[in-house]
Design a protein around this ligand. Structure first.
Ligand SMILES: [Zn+2]
Length: 500
């Protein structure tokens, strides 16, 4: 049995040992030249698009996303692309991956890591945007960009240059991920989370956004950081009932339905929602659905082959018939125009572009704008000045440019067609969803808001500060932030001590 004196001595020895350990720990840490991490906001700062952040760990230099912003071209690329070790992509929208060929043209020669579905979608969208681009990248650079993409499964651990990366589901688009990046700094580890684009929970097809549990720094999008939407019903049929019922009603009164939709993501979500409508009898059975974009067809095939990303609800409901509703006809544009020009049963036409500025959707409009039985459903973002934006605002007359054969024609129209704008397909989280996702993350030292204009970023910044008490930055384009690792270790030590 120990005497009181022995117990006191033992306690004193333990305390001395702990103190020595802390001193050694701090000496080791402060003695190390490593330990700082710098994040530079090259693109997507105070703006939507051109997403591009550079991380410098001292041992490794890499990019998170490499996106196009309007005509910004190569401005967002780092000065010395040849010095980069690798690139990580959150998802396949061009404002996150569109400058990849330019990066290779400018001297980058490393690997590009992303999820398997993103690895399949990126070549499709890059080829599509290359056909529109005036600033041509050499074929060699373009091919090298596509040949350097390496797929990494969700939840697997990727280790490059002692950086550990895990892709988690973001629920924004097939393959879309947020990333947990663990960087060894001295003897501690520092976690940066890049949200990419955060899903709204409105997808008919995809499993939702996963919760991130721990991070030191969080770089999060703020596209709709200033908006609060009415909460969406959980049931996908109910969630899209305004859209589905309007389509059903138009068909029953003998009208055609035109749904202009972007080829990646929106076309597939619309197809699945129409399938739900047919399944529940809200859309008449036997209705033919024409989808006439060759790019959409390629992307739909990739969706069909990526079942592991889909929600249990939709897999249980449609199983092997996923994205193949009865009546779906994936046709060439000439075929769908032929159908639309002659007498036919009331039908649905899903056609690009989503804002009706080019491709087939303006051609369909010219075949149906003058009948009030017909319905035009606007299901996505309408770019400023576009035909879709003007129609949504009820402007009349509206100038429509449409290509018929080789001729580009221009017509002023006074639309009699019913026009409906639907917001239930939005693929970005609103303010409530962004704040609640952040609230689930433990240990945050700093938050950075990107991918949002100031009128959305500022209200979100205020709410995060007020409700979560976090330090929130809205970086300027080109601005860099360095993690003061010694300060971070001190904070962590204080937290650990407080726990004990
Ligand atoms: Zn996106």
């Amino acid at each position: 049995m120990m005497s009181i004196c022995e117990v006191k001595n033992k306690k004193r020895n333990m305390a001395a040992g702990a103190l020595l350990a802390v001193i050694l720990y701090l000496l080791l840490f402060y003695g190390s030249s490593e330990g700082s991490v710098r994040v530079s906001f090259l693109g997507g700062a105070r703006e939507v698009g051109g997403s591009c952040q550079m991380v410098d760990t001292g041992r490794s230099l890499f990019l998170v996303d490499c996106g196009v912003f309007g005509n910004a071209g190569r401005d967002v690329l780092p000065e010395e692309p040849g010095a980069l070790s690798f690139v990580l992509l959150t998802h396949a929208h061009t404002d996150h991956c569109g400058l990849l060929p330019d990066l290779f043209e400018a001297g980058f020669s490393g690997k590009v890591y992303c999820t398997p579905a993103t690895a399949r979608l990126v070549p499709v969208v890059l080829r599509m945007s290359r056909s529109f681009s005036r600033d041509k990248v050499s074929k060699e650079s373009f091919d090298r960009a596509l040949g350097s993409i390496v797929p990494v499964e969700f939840d697997d651990e990727l280790i490059v240059d002692e950086v550990r990366i895990v892709f988690r589901r973001a629920g924004h688009l097939l393959g879309a991920a947020f990333m947990e990046i663990d960087i060894q700094t001295g003897i501690d580890s520092f976690r940066i989370v890049f949200s990419g684009d955060v899903g709204s929970g409105g997808s008919v097809l995809l499993a939702g956004l996963e919760q991130c549990h721990q991070a030191d720094w969080v770089i999060i999008e703020s596209t709709y950081g200033g908006k609060v939407r009415d909460p969406l019903p959980k049931d996908p049929f109910e969630r899209h009932s305004v859209f589905i019922n309007a389509v059903g009603e138009a068909l029953r009164r003998g009208g055609d339905v035109l749904i202009p939709a972007f080829t990646m993501g929106r076309t597939q979500e619309i197809t699945a929602a129409l399938h739900l409508g047919l399944h529940h009898g809200a859309i008449p059975s036997g209705t033919l659905i024409y989808s006439d974009s060759p790019t959409a067809k390629k992307i739909t095939t990739i969706y069909r082959e990526s079942r592991m990303e889909f929600s249990k609800y939709i897999l249980d409901l449609f199983g092997g018939r996923l994205l193949s509703p009865p009546g779906l006809r994936e046709v060439k544009s000439a075929t769908s125009m032929k159908v639309h020009s002659r007498s036919h049963e009331p039908s649905i036409f899903i056609s690009s572009s989503g804002d009706m500025n080019y491709a087939n959707s303006p051609r369909h409009l010219m075949r149906m704008f003058d009948r009030e039985e017909n319905l035009l459903c606007l299901v996505g973002w309408q770019s400023p000045g576009s035909v879709g934006r003007r129609l949504a605002r009820g402007e009349t007359p509206v100038l429509v440019r449409h290509r018929e054969g080789r001729k580009l024609e221009k017509d002023w129209i006074n639309p009699a067609i019913e026009i409906l704008s639907v917001s239930s397909f939005s693929s970005h989280a609103d303010q409530d969803q962004l704040v609640s996702w952040l609230a689930g993350i433990v240990g945050i030292d700093r938050v950075f808001l990107v991918h949002g204009e100031m009128d959305n970023a500022e209200p979100l910044q205020g709410r995060i500060r007020d409700e979560l008490g976090l330090n929130v930055e809205i970086p300027r384009p080109g601005e860099s932030f360095e993690c003061d690792s010694s300060e971070l270790v001190r904070k962590k030590t204080v937290i650990e001590n407080a726990k004990e």
